[in-house]
Design a protein around this ligand. Sequence first.
Ligand SMILES: NC(=O)c1ccc[n+]([C@@H]2O[C@H](COP(=O)([O-])OP(=O)(O)OC[C@H]3O[C@@H](n4cnc5c(N)ncnc54)[C@H](O)[C@@H]3O)[C@@H](O)[C@H]2O)c1
Length: 261
Amino acid sequence: MLYGKTVVITGVSAGIGARTAELAVSLGADVVGIDINEPKDHCAGFIKGDLSHPEGISAVVRQLPTRFDALLNVAGISGKVGAEATLAVNFYGLRAFAEACAPSIREGGAVISVASVAGYGWRANIERAKAMVGEPGFPDIKAVMQKNGIPNEIGYPLSKELLILWTQKAAHAPLFKDRGIRVNAVSPGPVDTTILKEFRAVLGDQKVDSDIVRVGRAATASDIAPVILFLASDGARWINGANISNDGGLEASINAEVLGF
Ligand SMILES: NC(=O)c1ccc[n+]([C@@H]2O[C@H](COP(=O)([O-])OP(=O)(O)OC[C@H]3O[C@@H](n4cnc5c(N)ncnc54)[C@H](O)[C@@H]3O)[C@@H](O)[C@H]2O)c1
């Protein structure tokens, strides 16, 4: 499915990113992995870097291949460290990195970001999301939070709301669209990785357990990786600007509750 393609994967040293890299290799891709932490297993194309600030992003971009087929934005943090740092990694850093990578992505290539069912509120909070996504480049996040009255506790869901909105806008932005680069997102519910323990601390056991009960179990990274890679493949050539729920039916269950069907 990915034979001969080069894919760049952020967050490659753990959880969903690590599994996605492993599967990509078995499907014939060359992988360039990026993470702030070293991977457990040796990875030929590994670049160590911090994607939470402009200097870290530039340093990684300088080491990337001049041409690749897909960028998979998997790196993310739970919100435990506060909204400013969370928005820096999960949204503003991710977007700045994707925009910096765009000229190196081959015509007809793809950008896939891991969002979350936690970003479900993007429609309900659309004016806030529009204002925050409308801040160009890598803004002064503290100032943006102040301007939009953002409390520290909502950093994680907010970061994913912004990511889901940006995905739809980016699909039609000349930077990507003019070269046929598709921009999509995958939204998991709870996935059994190290971040899930942090979600329990941030959101509370009750919220996490109720999401798991709705669909019978937490996902594994192996449930998520194939969907990310499908979106990077030519089989997904007509999917653009989409946010694919990959959650065992969690979003459908929330829709039923919110919309009363
Ligand atoms: N696990 C879940 O329940 C769940 C649910 C929905 C969405 N997600 C999303 O999936 C993605 C992957 O999460 P995971 O479950 O694999 O978590 P994880 O903690 O296992 O992996 C995240 C990886 O991102 C890396 N990373 C963090 N900050 C970085 C930075 N500044 N620069 C470079 N790399 C950085 C970490 O070192 C780690 O290797 C995240 O975006 C997360 O929000 C996870």
